[in-house]
Design a protein around this ligand. Structure first.
Ligand code: IDP
Ligand code: MG
Length: 139
């Protein structure tokens, strides 16, 4: 995985509210190219593995419940400086703290239900992309 790629999920709340099109439009209008994408649903085991780093946090059960309750859109995105630029585009974890115009400011309801995921490092972008996609699904 090249360092100009990041991984995202449009989380169950965003899909439930019909925000897929609007969020993808914002992502592509911000210069990201979609190189892999699918509608899928995480199992409990998937979410526990994906978010294993948070397993000791008090919100872990709530996080797993939320992320498995309905379909998500998983995607790999390409752009120069993808990881950092995408974190800027999505905004702070808590939408109340997110900058104006960011995806979380526009589409997230709360700290728990915050509409979108973005990888926090190049290494995690590669790990998370490989978690959701096989090599032949990434272009
Ligand atoms: P990030 O998604 O901005 O990287 P992390 O701290 O890695 O934020 O947390 C992962 C996810 O866990 C968040 O996006 C959010 O859905 C959930 N989360 C984080 N902190 C809390 C909390 O205090 N209460 C409930 N859910 C939380
Ligand atoms: Mg994180």
């Amino acid at each position: 995985m090249a360092t100009n790629r990041t991984f995202t999920m449009l989380k169950p709340d965003a899909v439930e509210k019909g925000y897929i099109g609007a969020i993808l439009e914002k992502i592509t209008a911000s210069g990201f190219k979609i190189v892999a994408m699918k509608l899928t649903q995480m199992s409990k085991a998937d979410a526990e593995t994906f978010y294993a780093i948070h397993s000791e946090r008090p919100f872990f059960g709530e996080l797993v419940e939320y992320m498995t309750r309905g379909p998500i859109v998983a995607a790999v995105l390409e752009k120069d400086n993808a990881v950092e630029d995408f974190r800027t585009l999505i905004g702070a974890t808590n939408p109340a703290d997110a900058a104006e115009g960011t995806i979380r400011k526009l589409y997230a309801a709360s700290m728990g239900e915050n509409a979108v995921h973005g990888s926090d490092s190049d290494d995690n972008a590669a790990i998370e992309s490989a978690f959701h996609f096989s090599g032949r699904e990434i272009f």
